[in-house]
Write a protein that binds this ligand. Structure first.
Ligand SMILES: [Fe+2]
Length: 281
């Protein structure tokens, strides 16, 4: 098993050396980008060896990917509400065709697992996000997953359950498969349905796109920014490793949503859920 730091371009990103100037400058860059629009990028974060290992582990597990049967959902992954108008964002159901390789397919002996559980990584991410501490997302099914986007599919507009997500692109689409987002369209206090409705209706005034390459580390505030991925118009899968962290321990996914997206739940999903805010989802 390689050491977690060898999975990174350590010369460029010595994140386990607390006082290294390159660590400090990476943190400054991320903070500035997140402050601007809730999205930040560290290009070439993985070493070639690390990218090869993580991609290899995803490809080995590709056959285990779960593709959900239900083909339509709203941006909140909740049910529709007949008391609201048909044009309300809660009632706008969009097709969903992508799949996930879930966390329970990765044993502790994998490079992906060891990177996610590497304490200097969560310490670095906490510093980038200006958080006291970050905890691993306590959801055993979805805390570290690979999104599989097959040719001809797209990931429609949605919000994430957790405030922020950290992703590593393992394999881009040959064409299409572009990440798009509308920064800060809602907040913990305000759903902002009118503007969400306008984006779902096709308005692109506030839509931004991100130029992502294999091995790039992306920070994204997905609880408040509507986001999605355009259609994969190439002929290979787009594979994205998603690592989730939370500010408080013990946070898990909504039982209904976990079942919908990943096809299974565990006993942990039956417990009353700790919610970070009072938003719909
Ligand atoms: Fe998302």
């Amino acid at each position: 098993m390689p050491l977690p730091e060898t999975l990174l371009d350590h010369a460029r990103y010595p994140i386990n050396e607390m006082h290294h100037p390159l660590r400090r400058s990476a943190i400054r860059k991320i903070r500035a980008e997140l402050g601007k629009d809730g999205c930040a990028l560290l290009k070439g974060f993985l070493s070639p060896e690390g990218l090869g290992l993580l991609l290899g582990e995803a490809l080995e597990r590709r056959a285990m990917a779960y593709f959900s049967q239900q083909t339509r959902n709203n941006a909140y992954f909740t049910g529709s509400d007949p008391t609201l108008p048909e044009t309300h964002p809660v009632n706008i159901m969009m097709p969903r065709t992508n799949g996930f390789i879930t966390a329970d397919n990765y044993g502790p002996d994998t490079a992906s697992h060891s990177l996610y559980h590497w304490e200097p990584l969560s310490r670095f991410l906490a510093d980038c996000l200006e958080k006291e501490t970050l905890f691993l997302y306590a959801d055993p099914v979805s805390n570290m997953i690979v999104n599989v986007m097959t040719p001809g599919t797209r990931f429609n507009w949605h919000f994430d359950t957790n405030e922020f997500t950290v992703t590593l692109l393992l394999q881009p689409a040959c064409s299409g498969g572009i990440f798009e987002y509308v920064p800060g369209i809602r907040s913990a206090e305000r759903e902002n349905y009118p503007e969400v409705s306008s984006v779902l209706g096709g308005c692109r005034d506030r839509v931004r796109q991100l130029d992502l390459h294999p091995g790039d580390l992306q920070f994204f505030l997905g609880r408040y920014s509507l986001h999605g991925v355009t259609e994969n118009t190439g002929d290979t899968d787009r594979l994205l490793l998603i690592m989730s962290f939370t500010e408080r321990p013990g946070i898990t996914g909504n039982r209904q949503r976990v079942k919908l997206l990943y096809g299974r739940t565990t006993s942990i999903h039956g417990r009353s859920r700790i919610r970070p805010d009072s938003l719909l989802d």
